[in-house]
Design a protein around this ligand. Structure first.
Ligand SMILES: NC(=O)c1ccc[n+]([C@@H]2O[C@H](COP(=O)([O-])OP(=O)(O)OC[C@H]3O[C@@H](n4cnc5c(N)ncnc54)[C@H](OP(=O)(O)O)[C@@H]3O)[C@@H](O)[C@H]2O)c1
Length: 390
């Protein structure tokens, strides 16, 4: 009896939510407000660390058991973010929802993970959110199933990849400038250049550098992107499946792959190289290295106008740094642009990147300071690298 009653209430609630979003589809955005962030933990270590943080006494079970437990844990709302204030004086609200998976779990049961992401979006929908960012692998999962999240939910969704690409490019340009180098004389490699963020970065950098190499796992994708880039033609374009060879002679490396563990070794990079690791989990291991001669940093991050203190460690070094994909939803919410801004793989154009960068700047978002792990890359490190180049 009570189960039936719950089902009736549930159906009524869903109907009310749908009506809200139906109005929005007819041009009335007055009932929607704010941003939703769908995030996930990035590996077992992150999951264990989070559990320990919530309960220091917690005895961590085997990874197999922990994985199974997490698999049956439904997506949940982590927190609300109230009255978030920006440079222009405008404010917005939002919520953060955890899709309860780690990228390592995707191959085991991709459909279960897909439905966790859908569920996470529906949690944001319940609050009448205007735009939801599908952080990190939340968008990659949808892509791999060949399903559009946008068809499964009422709330507009964005991968946030346009702003992530903007921040990765801005980071690289800033680093090159700090090292006193002329970008038009440099060789760049984009590892994962066939992907959504990677190809977006490639479309911009191909007009700036002397030579551009893209890497990926799939020949067909490599062919497609290199043919597209070659038409733009500022740089000499090259494509390969050999990541190591491609980064060894590169002055600039952007790594934006969906690998679930590190695939690039610090010793492969050329002395003086600018290395921007966009991947989450990281494409380059955080394990200590004696390389003092490369400018390596976590890329795709934005510096916020107002710090956000998340109740758990979301893998960022400071409260004023935020993932580009999350930032994109906040910027769109401030603009009340409730639309699938970045969507579908390979649609990140230089125009979109420029547009979201401009909107971000208006509200006080800029490229993050340089961090590698929790370490801030200071001016003396940059000076030392610069001396090594000259
Ligand atoms: N920093 C941030 O704020 C931020 C924001 C959003 C996402 N991310 C992260 O950025 C990464 C990329 O996201 P995305 O949406 O662009 O993914 P995506 O569209 O799925 O692209 C992934 C790319 O990685 C390539 N790849 C996978 N394994 C590889 C390997 N071993 N060697 C070379 N290439 C490999 C794929 O190649 P094929 O196409 O040939 O298979 C593809 O080009 C993810 O780690 C994601 O979590 C970071």
């Amino acid at each position: 009896m009570s189960k039936n009653f719950e089902a009736i209430i549930d159906a009524l609630e869903r109907r009310l939510i749908s009506i809200k979003y139906e109005d929005y589809r007819h041009g009335d955005i007055s009932k929607l407000v704010g941003f939703g962030i769908v995030g996930h933990l990035y590996n077992y270590y992150h999951l264990e660390k989070t559990l320990k943080m919530l309960n220091p006494e917690f005895k961590i079970p085997s990874r197999e058991f922990l994985g199974s437990l997490f698999h049956i844990t439904p997506s949940y709302k982590l927190c609300d973010i109230h009255n978030f204030k920006f440079k222009t004086g405008s404010t917005t609200n939002g919520c953060v929802v955890v899709a309860t998976f780690i990228p390592d779990m995707i191959d085991r049961d991709i459909w279960a993970i897909f439905s966790k992401v859908v569920k996470a979006c529906k949690i944001a929908e319940k609050q009448g959110i205007g735009i939801v960012a599908l952080g990190g692998f939340s968008s990659i999962v949808a892509e791999r199933t060949g399903q559009e999240i946008a068809n499964e939910v009422d709330v507009p969704v964005t991968t946030g990849n346009s702003f992530t690409a903007a921040m990765a490019i801005d980071g690289v340009l800033k680093a090159v400038e700090l090292l006193g180098r002329d970008i038009s004389c440099l060789k760049a490699t984009i590892v994962g250049g066939t992907g959504d963020i990677g190809s977006g970065c490639a479309r911009v950098l191909v007009k700036k550098v002397k030579q551009l190499t893209v890497t990926g796992r799939t020949k067909e994708n490599l062919k497609r992107i290199s043919a597209e880039l070659a038409k733009i033609r500022r740089a000499v374009v090259d494509a390969t499946m050999d990541n190591e060879a491609a980064v060894r002679d590169a002055d600039i490396v952007i790594s934006a792959t969906s690998a679930t563990s590190s695939i690039l070794k610090p010793e492969w990079f050329k002395s003086g190289a600018v290395v921007c690791d966009v991947g989450y989990p990281k494409n380059i291991s955080y394990t200590p290295t004696n390389r003092q001669d490369i400018l390596i940093f976590s890329g795709g991050l934005a510096k916020l106008p107002t710090p956000i203190n998340f109740p758990v460690d979301i893998g960022l070094p400071s409260a004023d740094a935020l993932y580009g994909c999350f930032s994109e939803a906040i910027i769109l919410a401030l603009e009340r642009r409730y639309e699938n801004f970045s969507f579908g793989r390979g649609n990140i154009t230089p125009e979109r990147i420029e547009e979201i960068r401009r909107l971000g700047k208006k509200h006080g978002f800029e490229v993050s300071d340089f961090y590698w792990g929790n370490r801030f890359v200071d001016a003396s490190t940059i000076e030392r690298i610069k001396e090594g180049i000259n």
